[in-house]
Design a protein around this ligand. Structure first.
Ligand SMILES: Nc1ncnc2c1ncn2[C@@H]1O[C@H](COP(=O)(O)OP(=O)(O)OP(=O)(O)O)[C@@H](O)[C@H]1O
Length: 261
């Protein structure tokens, strides 16, 4: 089991442009974020409020202009084994089988062991892909490909799993199935998760807490506790409490959008 806290303090990120006619972009300004070890935390907010920027800072792909980001007690200062990312697209290599795709990060890092191979097979099984290990990505549906990319991330046993709109390219039905499957995998392989989505119902269904962000400049304005029992089940989506929470968050995002006008 591998989990870690996340602590972001006073995060400011300015994207500077070389073109004198364009203004620099203040993507994040004085943003704070605290995630507990093992927590499922989602970020929601209008387009351009800095969600992906914050996630990319935690992945070590982007440096902060000011402020500090820590995973566990270590400051983030570049990509590390502490984090794995799942993007909107499955990013599998077409010429490798699903199993080889899942094992690729270890092959590249020369860290492939018998134990890692066994773990990959175990996770493929948990994700319902045991029979598809020798197939190629094109032979799998979009949802199955995305499950394979989640398995690839989990094989690395990261302390923090970063997910940037992982299900937004899927149809509604597949997306809801994937939500349940992700929660099942998360329960069986506990991880701290930072999940970005534009779908508020998805965030409410999955999360322990949700951070609402506001744009121009991007920062967290509110953190909401999701008071729904676990395990979460499909029928909870029909409960009044579920709808009330979705409406509360939608209103908060609406407010942040109104304040820009
Ligand atoms: N590499 C970059 N260079 C310049 N500006 C950037 C760069 N990356 C992001 N930005 C700007 O920073 C701001 C925040 O972008 P970011 O992608 O983090 O927002 P977001 O909340 O994830 O948006 P979305 O929900 O649309 O994905 C936006 O104004 C965006 O245009």
């Amino acid at each position: 089991m591998s989990t870690a806290t996340v602590e972001v303090v006073g995060a400011t990120k300015t994207f500077t442009t070389k073109n004198a006619k364009e203004k620099d972009v203040l993507a994040l300004h004085n943003a704070d974020l605290n995630i507990r070890a093992g927590e499922f935390f989602s970020l929601v907010g209008p387009s351009g409020c800095g969600k992906s920027t914050l996630l990319n800072v935690l992945s070590g792909l982007l440096d902060l202009t000011e402020g500090q980001a820590k995973i566990g007690n270590k400051e983030v200062c570049g990509p590390s084994a502490a984090t794995s990312i799942v993007f909107q697209k499955a990013t599998l290599l077409n010429w490798l089988t699903i199993r080889d795709n899942v094992l690729l990060p270890d092959k590249i890092k020369q860290t492939l062991t018998k134990a890692k191979k066994a773990r990959a097979d175990e996770l493929l099984e948990m994700a319902g892909l045991a029979e598809f290990g020798e197939k190629y990505p094109r032979q799998l549906s979009g949802g199955m490909q995305q499950r394979a990319s989640i398995v690839r991330a989990l094989v690395q046993d990261p302390q923090l799993l970063l997910m940037d709109e992982p299900f937004s390219a899927l149809d509604e039905f597949t997306r809801e199935t994937m939500n349940e499957e992700l929660l099942r995998l998360w329960t069986e392989t506990p991880k701290t998760v930072l999940f970005i989505t534009h779908n508020i119902a998805e965030a409410v269904f999955l999360s322990d807490r949700i951070g609402v962000m506001q744009p121009r400049p991007g920062r967290l304005t509110k953190v909401i506790d999701i008071d729904l029992p676990r395990p979460r089940t499909y029928s909870m989506r029909g409960e009044p409490r579920f709808h009330e929470t979705v409406a509360e968050i939608r209103q908060l995002i609406g407010h942040t959008e109104d304040t820009r006008k």
